[in-house]
Design a protein around this ligand. Structure first.
Ligand code: NAD
Ligand code: GLY
Length: 352
């Protein structure tokens, strides 16, 4: 098992390995006093891994209260959050109790925000079971639900006390979910690692995911250590996300987050190349990786629709919006774009 330290204000370990879910209770007991633990999971994940996770926590002395919800992005809502908070109160959880989020990014974001809010903040741990959650959402303490007005608009920075990633759980993921997680891996590659982009292109869906999770988490650990609350550098991790979030919202979340990130990566890299801000050929290299990973290269919405929604994004700062532009593979920068330039930029990035 590899352990990676996240040096946030409250440091914690990310444990990555195969068949390590049964160790979740023992590892949690090293950082938390065994008490009542609310095990939060969607119904799909519960059917696969709920029993194993529950047993692991019980064996370590935790009293487990299971909370299930229907799978899908719709669960990142204020209604679901309120329901979960009421559940915690009905089960009598107090300040010394904790939450475990077993599942993908939806579960982690929802349960993490409940942990941040309940009794002004209780401990939680992340047990990612999707590639996407493993490489990104379970690490770094961003938690949120969506509002009618936009994605992730109500949230908190609230760091988990432990992340345990059992990569064996990826074996039951449908191909489309592996692809969605791989889009975040392509993001990390474009940010920091040309060799990773080549590996993803060559190995495609047979890539060595555990090794790639370790690589991505190490990179994210560096970013979070330097900028935990996204005052500057951490914005880099939003590469492809501002336009991607707009596509997700326009689809009423029928487009997966990772698929939308792939669309956003393509639009921003084509646009950067056409504006001569990026090296020639960069968008074709990104496209080759995304194509190999069976991800979309084009977005089904009009530039006008995307721009309108993107302007309501959290990354807007008055008359500017901070976009992350790739200059080369492994070299990106945060670019404060005047808002009137957003529509032409998106329009130029829509086609090859
Ligand atoms: P998800 O949580 O909806 O999981 C995707 C699907 O896979 C679900 O249907 C789930 O039931 C199923 N599933 C999960 N694990 C499984 C397994 N091992 N076997 C079989 N099926 C399994 O979605 P996701 O892609 O994991 O996460 C997307 C969410 O993450 C979005 O809401 C996005 O905004 C958020 N996100 C957050 C951050 C952050 O920093 N907090 C970063 C990136 C993404
Ligand atoms: N997923 C972006 C971040 O954690 O900052």
């Amino acid at each position: 098992m590899e352990k990676i330290l996240i040096e946030s204000a409250q440091p914690y370990q990310v444990c990555i390995g195969q068949n390590i879910l049964p160790q979740a209770g023992a590892l949690a007991a090293e950082v938390l006093q065994p008490a009542t633990l609310a095990l939060v999971m969607d119904e799909t994940v519960a059917a696969y891994y709920g029993r194993e996770a529950k047993a692991a926590f019980q064996q370590a002395g935790f009293q487990v209260a299971e909370y299930f919800f229907p799978a899908g992005e719709q669960a990142k809502s204020m209604d679901r959050l309120a329901h979960l908070l009421e559940f915690l109160a009905e089960k009598g959880l107090g300040r010394n109790d904790c939450i475990a989020a077993l599942g993908g990014g939806v579960t982690g974001d929802l349960a993490g925000l409940a942990a941040a809010l309940y009794q002004r903040g209780i401990a939680y741990i992340q047990l990612p079971t999707t590639l996407l959650a493993a490489v990104d959402s379970s690490v770094g303490g961003k938690t949120a639900v969506n509002l009618q007005s936009g994605k992730n608009l109500a949230g908190a920075f609230w760091q988990p006390r432990l992340v345990l990633c059992d990569c064996q759980t990826f074996a039951t993921l449908p191909q489309a979910e592996i692809s969605a997680g791989a889009a975040e891996c392509v993001k990390y590659a474009v940010l920091s690692d040309p060799a990773l982009l080549q590996q993803l292109t060559d190995c495609a869906l047979d890539a060595p995911w555990q090794q790639i999770v370790q690589l991505c988490v190490r990179y994210k650990a560096d970013i979070v250590r330097m900028d935990e609350k996204e005052q500057g550098l951490r914005q880099l991790l939003n590469l492809g996300h501002t336009i991607g979030h707009a596509a997700e919202r326009l689809s009423d979340y029928s487009i997966r987050h990772g698929e939308a990130v792939a669309m956003g990566l393509m639009i921003i890299s084509r646009a950067a190349e056409k504006m001569s801000l990026a090296r020639d050929g960069i968008s074709a290299e990104i496209a080759a990786a995304l194509r190999a990973l069976r991800l979309p290269l084009h977005c089904p919405y009009a530039a006008e629709q995307l721009a309108e929604i993107a302007l309501t994004d959290k990354k807007r700062r008055g008359e500017h919006i901070n976009l992350v532009l790739p200059e080369d593979i492994g070299k990106c920068r945060i670019y404060p774009l005047p808002i009137e330039q957003l529509l032409p930029l998106i329009a130029s990035g829509m086609e090859d």
